[in-house]
Design a protein around this ligand. Sequence first.
Ligand SMILES: *[C@@H]1O[C@H](CO)[C@@H](O)[C@H](O)[C@H]1NC(C)=O
Ligand SMILES: *[C@@H]1O[C@H](CO)[C@@H](O)[C@H](O)[C@H]1NC(C)=O
Ligand SMILES: *[C@@H]1O[C@H](CO)[C@@H](O)[C@H](O)[C@H]1NC(C)=O
Ligand SMILES: *[C@@H]1O[C@H](CO)[C@@H](O)[C@H](O)[C@H]1NC(C)=O
Ligand SMILES: *[C@@H]1O[C@H](CO)[C@@H](O)[C@H](O)[C@H]1NC(C)=O
Ligand SMILES: *[C@@H]1O[C@H](CO)[C@@H](O)[C@H](O)[C@H]1NC(C)=O
Length: 432
Amino acid sequence: MGGTIFTVLFIFFITCFSAEGQKPLLSPIHKDNATKLYSISAYLETPLQRRDLHLDLGASLTWVDCTRRYKSSTYRHVLYNASLCIELDTGIYGNCFKKPGPACFNDSCEFFPENSVTRQVAIGDILLDSLALPTTNGKNPGKLLLDLDFVFSCGTTKLLRGLATGVTGLAALGRFNFSLPAQLSRTFSSPFVFAICLPSTPSANGVAIFNSFGPYFLLPGIDVSQSLIYTPLLLNPYGGTVITYVNRPSDEYFIGVTGIKVNGKSVSVNMTLLEIDQESGIGGTKITTSTPYGILQTSIFKALTAAFKEAAAAMKVTPASPVAPFSLCYAADKIPSTRVGPAVPTIDLVLQSESVFWRIFGANSMVNVGGNTLCLGFLDGGVEPRTSIVIGGLQIEDNLLQFDLVSKRLGFSSSLLFRSTTCSNFNFTNTG
Ligand SMILES: *[C@@H]1O[C@H](CO)[C@@H](O)[C@H](O)[C@H]1NC(C)=O
Ligand SMILES: *[C@@H]1O[C@H](CO)[C@@H](O)[C@H](O)[C@H]1NC(C)=O
Ligand SMILES: *[C@@H]1O[C@H](CO)[C@@H](O)[C@H](O)[C@H]1NC(C)=O
Ligand SMILES: *[C@@H]1O[C@H](CO)[C@@H](O)[C@H](O)[C@H]1NC(C)=O
Ligand SMILES: *[C@@H]1O[C@H](CO)[C@@H](O)[C@H](O)[C@H]1NC(C)=O
Ligand SMILES: *[C@@H]1O[C@H](CO)[C@@H](O)[C@H](O)[C@H]1NC(C)=O
């Protein structure tokens, strides 16, 4: 144990004497084969342990299962009347009548951790403890950098149900000023900006880079930060979480889609659905990592599916029997492969002007459901969903996304396959 404490102190001293300015940090991103969800790895507790946390782009506060697995010599509780608890404004505190521990303390500041996949909620104590991530020069990982006062909530083992096996909590990457990237930027006096690059395969990790506008190098030596397209990040005045707070906006990332095109031809969609209603927060387009596929309001879903079917027919590709939960499928061997996936019609999400669009190629629109079948990877979200267009994991794999909370904009690369690289091409050889 003595050795471990020494290591931790040593890391801490390195951080104190390293150069000022931006302190880029990174984390690998893993795709789970069974759930098709993504997780990041971070070092938690004292002594530091590598933990996998479900990657949730839109969540407010990170939570960790601290009911049985959490073994740390440095965790601290936060009292309900502490200034931190008042800033967090969680509105709840609690007492404990069981064995005292990380998840059990009297007068503790508490929070409602949510599983964004199952929409289950628990109540957990707010804790402060260590979190460490490797630094990066944008090319390789380096030494670990330690945040001794990372703020998170306790979750429960039960709350982990529905997430990938092996995951012990949820990493919150939302707009909230106590999300993981917000805390990392504040602790290390760096800009509130981060990038994620989701892998399309469980066999090789993608990467998340915090506190840096770039470079973001992918083999063979491509700096993706040099060629991003930007669109404003929009604020939704109302959160879509199970527990919401009055006067607190959504922590999810919304963008302004103004139209959809299939093979360059406009699809007719109800414009009201594309806007965020400022009274209710209903409508608009968000990006999430908590659903594997895109989800569209029924009328948009029908219009896109019909346009896609027509454009594919014009390319002499005819549908095969659908495979649930998808409704438009094709025989894979009837569709040629290209660098950017199956040769199917392109889907463009038109943004702030006709010339700014996010083009979705076959690799990000088609799901291989096995048995020689490819299906259009969007689901029907019903007539009255909270959000009209949900861009899911499939759509953003092998695309680099930069969330710039300084300029409130999203930078996106479109498919990296076009540039003959992927999100699994970060060089994880440690140079620390
Ligand atoms: C992923 O799961 C599928 C079945 O759903 C299986 O065929 C495949 O081998 C698995 N791949 C990996 C890398 O485990
Ligand atoms: C917070 O409450 C505790 C008792 O629960 C009390 O001892 C302490 O003085 C209070 N602190 C502040 C800043 O009010
Ligand atoms: C919390 O306070 C109650 C009495 O108010 C006490 O019975 C209980 O043991 C305390 N719990 C802890 C964890 O200190
Ligand atoms: C976080 O945001 C809340 C509400 O916007 C604000 O009251 C609080 O001071 C902020 N805290 C920090 C550390 O920026
Ligand atoms: C468009 O959507 C809005 C909001 O759901 C609805 O009130 C309106 O009737 C729709 N318009 C048409 C032409 O379908
Ligand atoms: C990965 O990075 C290491 C350290 O910088 C370097 O030696 C190695 O050549 C790189 N690998 C590739 C494939 O470029």
